[in-house]
Design a protein around this ligand. Structure first.
Ligand SMILES: C=C1C[C@]23C[C@@]1(O)CC[C@H]2[C@@]12CC[C@H](O)[C@@](C)(C(=O)O1)[C@H]2[C@@H]3C(=O)O
Ligand SMILES: O=C(O)CCC(=O)C(=O)O
Ligand SMILES: [Fe+2]
Length: 332
């Protein structure tokens, strides 16, 4: 006799997606970190898309597969075991509910801080999960640090660790997230699989400096172009994707724009993503880098600390324009 486990539909509600994605999308910028012109490519991609794909990143495939396998084991545990890692406040295991303000999606996740030992209660082998997380996060942090230094070089700001030191600081408020999107039986998928009518993770920008995303080979991630059209990001399990976050938008005084993105559910395949959100220390002032300001150029933003921004973000809904409250009204 075959015993079927509790269907996913009983744990998840569906959220409809009404907007269609564009048919002939431009290509996602690709940056080969081993090439000498990579810093210029990164700057261009951050200006035009706020998003790019990275190859030759130096993160060992072994660390990636080991964490993927630990995460897969975690998400296949019974709900009662997963819940032992704690309700997301904001850290812990979350199911369908995203954040504290009523957002929902076809997703379950584990949200962890990067500077404290995670609570992995309920997992089968906490030690092996912890080692996989440590190895992966250390390697991704190193890569993110290199990318932030390339950004500083490309922008011609000094010292070159002006951005990277924020996430390398012991007090850095970086966050790590594992997202699992189970196949959704209610999805009506387009023929080429690039759009679906169910939202996995609703549209938003990430509040941090940059986010480093890796997923398995299941599609679903989309980014919004400057004209508001959505394009699908073809998945690539061997590469990383970098998002410009709101803080980097402010630090470049709007030269880079944080990228709006979302995830659509898939009817047959599950998607697993791992995202390292590079955040500054809570006390850090988020303001345009002085050497980027020419002549009498003014900051487009009011002064605020990362603590103030994070507090405000946590009282917003996912799709809200969080930076709006911090924009200065500049007389023309
Ligand atoms: C709805 C929310 C979830 C979120 C906190 C917020 O109130 C608004 C920002 C959301 C976000 C998006 C990027 C990251 O996934 C995240 C961890 C973050 O820093 O900001 C989430 C927050 C969350 O899920 O706790
Ligand atoms: O899961 C993904 O691919 C993206 C999720 C995301 O944007 C987030 O967690 O902030
Ligand atoms: Fe995001």
């Amino acid at each position: 006799m075959v015993i079927l486990s509790k269907p996913a539909i009983e744990q998840f509600g569906c959220i409809r997606n009404k907007q269609a994605a564009t048919l002939f999308p431009p290509l996602i910028p690709l940056v080969d970190l081993s090439k000498p012109d990579s810093r210029q490519q990164i700057i261009k991609a951050c200006e035009e898309f706020g998003f790019f794909k990275v190859i030759n990143h130096g993160v060992p495939m072994d660390f990636i597969s080991r964490l993927e396998s630990e995460a897969t084991k975690f998400f296949s545990l019974p709900l009662s075991e997963k819940e032992k890692t704690g309700q997301p406040q904001p850290y812990g295991y979350g199911n369908k509910r995203i954040g504290p303000n009523g957002d929902v999606g076809w997703v379950e996740y584990l949200l962890l801080t990067t500077n404290q030992d995670p609570n992995l209660l309920g997992t089968e082998n906490p030690e092996s999960f912890r080692i996989a997380l440590d190895n992966y996060m250390a390697a991704v942090k190193k890569m993110a640090c290199e990318i932030l230094e390339m950004i500083a070089d490309g922008l011609k700001v000094q010292p070159r660790n002006v951005l990277s030191k924020l996430m390398m600081d012991e007090q850095s408020d970086s966050v790590f997230r594992l997202n699992h999107y189970p196949p959704c039986p209610e999805v009506v998928q387009s023929l080429n699989g690039t759009s679906s009518n169910v939202i996995g993770f609703g549209e938003h920008t990430d509040p941090q400096i940059i986010s480093v995303l890796r997923s398995n080979n299941t599609s679903g991630l989309q980014i919004s172009l400057r004209d508001g059209t959505w394009i699908s990001v073809p998945p690539d399990q061997y590469s990383f994707f970098i998002n410009v976050g709101d803080s980097l938008q402010v630090m470049t005084n709007g030269r880079f724009k944080s990228v709006k993105h979302r995830v659509l559910a898939n009817s047959v395949k599950s998607r697993l993503s791992m995202i390292y959100f590079c955040g500054p220390p809570l006390s850090e002032k988020i303001a345009p880098l002085p050497s980027l300001m020419r002549g009498d150029q003014q900051s487009l933003y009011k002064e605020f600390t990362w603590f103030e921004y994070k507090k405000s973000a946590y009282s917003s809904r996912l799709a809200d324009n969080r930076l709006m409250h911090f924009e200065k009204i500049v007389a023309s």
